[in-house]
Write a protein that binds this ligand. Structure first.
Ligand code: MGD
Ligand code: MGD
Ligand code: SF4
Ligand code: MO
Length: 711
């Protein structure tokens, strides 16, 4: 983009990047309606100038010719297929509302299903206004990306600390020892851990003599910069973690420190883990007994230690148990709520006090009886809830900022199931693998056309800061924000069903109120408000995380009971199900720094270069099976098969294969030209909706049993 194309003065805007959880501060230069440059904001107190290659792609989202500017409806095209044609907003909103209303009249509210995807939590208007519609549709069939992701974190936070959002955040800048399982922040930029510039922070840790120990079946980018890497057998982390707890107690290395005064149930935990010796765990995990002992010793003897685990240990068959064990280790070593350990945040908009703590198992899915969490059912049940007739069957679906066809297990089956719906509406800017099934697609304004406050990720951040930014560009004539679309649909549904319509309060007004009522608001020395944040566009710093226990606990009596009955029952399952003895390979996922789940493959600067949708295999396995570099292979699981090609690398454990998720484009009726030119395959066509963590219903996307054979 050159100066000559543009008109008028050059303007500087401040904006946080909403593409991943690192929420980096940006400085965006524009002229007229064009972006001239996007750079890191050195004055952002959290990100300190850091950005990754995706930040610059914010402008690609904005200018992408495939991004819908007007609603579209689905009509029968030539031949057997369908196509989407533009319609105006009034017609689109009426069509969408009518489809939902008709379903409610014919089948009741449970006939409407809803799936909200990941960008929902990166877009505060969607968070504040989901209920503008769904307060009128109190369906049991709510789903979201949570159950292919961080569900175990919420559940364990609810059980141990009394609120689904009380996440202990690794205080990396002040720790000496960091045990990291199933996370690759050098590619992902951190998760349930808002930690921009994580590489610099890791380097600082190792330079001051500290240690980062990575447990991952793959030698990842993060493992590369770690002090130690242990290539574990996928799905076996529970055995390692239970053995560590056992060693800590057997060796008398428990040091509760300040936590002693409000911990219950430790003795029951200690007796429950007694069978899990390092010798047994060694056989199950592929790590040696002496390694397991050494990890326990290092964690116990560190002045300030952290145990943290993410996708690799959350989206596997023991996800909830792993997340529980991680917190037990942090507590047993006295590192919870301690500087240099893991601490709770105190964000400027304090949702711990402002939202429901969450609940579990108050109802179950109709077909497979999987438990709800926080009024949502596991996404792994969605296809069967659509396909199985009977009372409560999903007949219409609303999707908002989600692409479950590519992002949830047995995606191919869901792709087929969506075609059987009576009605589908999507709130989404693109016609992709999921939204192509929608009767009507309602596209919101581009990210640069709406304001931004990070309601979700300040909750997980390594420092307490706040940042609000007005839109970079004006809203185009006639366009609607996500929250406006949700409100407009809510009004129509309420009117038709004779329900009381809710007053529409814009998200920024809500934010001002919440900020002023929050911990740095009117009653504090900071007096933070929306105006104060507007006057400080790089953000306001409230300092490093501080200990807050027991006050911050939301449990009865402000105590932490480690002996959660459902979790202790699940401990037995580890003994029953591990070690696994079967033929074949274990499939795991991976992320690349230039990907963002399924939806950013339409921008040249992010997809250029070598094909990234490859099946990583270990050289020994390749030699034994006779696979050559680049050779096409079939990867088959219980639910299906895909054809991809082999990338031979010593960086993956023998017996394990890895495919990224979010590919599998070029399906009929989609409109994402560049993504469709380099489609790749969807690993979720072979991950298995039947393979879940039975404790919480989270999808087990990692450790899926597969067979690999030459085409
Ligand atoms: N095998 C495997 N599967 C996985 C994972 C894995 O590691 N392995 N990871 C899982 C994880 S962690 C997640 S979070 C899920 C993600 O799962 P989803 O959230 O279902 O999928 P995304 O690919 O994030 O799709 C986002 C959708 O939102 C749309 N969108 C983008 N921005 C906006 C916006 O501002 N407004 C609206 N209305 N729409 C928008 C995009 O067009 C796209 O359709 O995938 C999961 N799936
Ligand atoms: N570039 C990029 N950044 C992203 C995203 C993206 O798609 N691309 N997505 C965003 C989202 S929605 C999320 S939730 C976060 C996720 O953030 P992370 O969890 O940090 O990201 P992953 O790369 O999925 O890391 C999971 C790791 O677990 C390992 N693993 C797999 N199975 C096992 C196992 O059984 N045990 C152990 N110990 N490890 C295992 C994998 O090899 C992988 O390295 O990233 C966010 N940031
Ligand atoms: S690390 Fe995440 S928040 Fe930061 S620039 Fe990259 S995508 Fe945006
Ligand atoms: Mo995620």
């Amino acid at each position: 983009m050159t100066q000559t194309q543009s008109s008028g003065e050059v303007k500087q805007h401040y904006r946080a990047c909403h593409l991943c959880e690192a929420i980096c501060g940006l400085v965006i230069e524009t002229t007229g309606d064009q972006v001239l440059s996007i750079k890191g904001d050195p004055n952002d107190p959290l990100s300190r100038g850091h950005i990754c290659p995706k930040a610059v792609a914010l402008q690609d989202i904005h200018v992408d010719p495939d991004r819908l500017r007007k609603p579209v409806k689905r009509v029968r095209g030539e031949g057997s297929g369908y196509q989407h044609v533009e319609i105006d907003w009034e017609e689109a909103l009426d069509l969408a509302a009518d489809g939902l209303i008709r379903t409610i009249r014919e089948h009741g509210v449970d006939g409407v299903g809803a799936y909200f995807g990941n960008p929902t939590v990166h877009n505060y208007g969607m968070l504040t206004h989901q209920n503008a519609l769904f307060r009128h549709i109190r369906t049991r069939n709510r789903y979201s990306a949570t159950s292919v992701d961080q569900l175990p974190h919420h559940l364990i936070s609810l059980w141990l600390f009394g609120h689904k959002l009380l996440f202990p955040i690794p205080d990396i800048d002040r720790c000496d020892y960091f045990l990291m399982l199933g996370a690759n922040p050098l590619a992902s930029n951190g998760s349930i851990w808002t930690v921009p510039d994580v590489k610099k922070r890791i380097n600082a840790l190792t330079s001051r003599g500290g240690k980062l120990v990575v447990v991952d079946p793959r030698r990842t980018e993060t493992a590369e910069v770690a002090s130690e890497h242990h290539a574990i057998i996928p799905g076996s982390d529970a055995a390692l973690l239970l053995a560590i707890i056992n060693v800590l107690s057997q060796r008398d290395w428990i040091k509760l420190r300040h936590l002693e005064a409000y911990i219950d149930g430790l003795d029951e935990v200690i007796s429950a883990v007694r069978p899990f010796t390092p010798g047994w765990a060694a056989e199950v995990t592929g790590l040696s007994a002496s390694t397991i002992e050494a990890i326990a010793r290092d964690m116990a003897s560190a002045e300030r230690g952290i145990c943290y685990g993410r996708m690799g240990v959350s989206t596997q068959r023991f996800g909830a148990l792993c997340q529980w064990a991680i917190q037990v280790i942090n507590i047993m070593t006295g590192n919870l709520d301690r500087e240099g350990g893991s601490l709770f945040t105190l964000p400027a908009v304090d949702q711990v006090l402002g939202t429901s703590p969450g609940g579990f198992g108050r109802h179950h899915s109709r077909v497979r009886e999987l438990p709800e969490f926080d009024r949502e059912l596991p996404a792994a049940t969605l296809a069967e809830e659509i396909l199985t007739p009977g009372e409560g069957q999903v007949r219409a679906l609303f999707t908002g900022a989600g692409n479950p066809v590519l992002s949830t297990p047995s995606g191919a089956a869901l792709d087929d199931a969506l075609e059987t719906l009576d009605f589908m509406v999507s709130l989404d800017p693109w016609i992709n693998e999921t939204t192509r099934h929608a009767d009507v697609i309602l596209p919101p304004t581009s990210p640069l056309e709406h304001d931004h406050y990070d309601l979700a990720f300040h909750v997980n951040a390594v420092r307490n800061t706040a940042r609000y930014n007005p839109p970079v560009f004006d809203k185009p004539e006639g366009a609607m924000h996500d929250w406006e679309i949700l409100s407009a649909l809510g009004e129509r549904v309420a009117k038709a069903l004779d329900l009381e319509a809710a007053p529409v309060i814009p998200p920024d007004v809500m934010m001002d109120f919440a900020l002023r009522a929050g911990p740095y608001g009117d009653d504090s020395e900071h007096k933070v408000s929306l105006d104060a944040l507007k006057a400080n566009p790089s953000g306001i710093d409230f300092g490093p995380l501080k200990p807050q226990l027991p006050d911050r606990l939301q449990t009865p009596g402000k105590r932490i009971n480690l002996a959660v009955p459902k979790v202790l029952d699940d401990v037995l399952r580890v003994y029953e199900e591990l070690p696994e003895v079967d033929e074949g390979y274990r499939l795991i996922g991976r992320r690349h720094v230039r990907d963002c789940n399924s939806w950013m493959h339409n921008f040249h600067r992010l997809v250029k270069g070598r094909d990234r949708c490859t099946l990583m295999v270990n050289p020994e396995d390749a030699k034994r099976e006779g696979w050559q570099e680049g050779e096409r292979v079939t990867v088959a699981s219980r639910v299906g098969s895909i054809i991809t090609h082999v990338e031979i690398t010593p960086n993956i454990r023998s017996g394990v294969v890895s495919l990224p998720h979010g590919f599998g484009h070029a399906r009929e009726g989609t409109r994402m030209a560049l993504a469709n030119d380099n489609p790749g395959v969807s690993c979720n066509d072979i991950t298995d909706a039947g393979f879940v963590d039975p404790l919480c219903g989270n999808a087990a996307l990692n450790g899926v049993p597969v067979q690999v054979s030459r085409v």
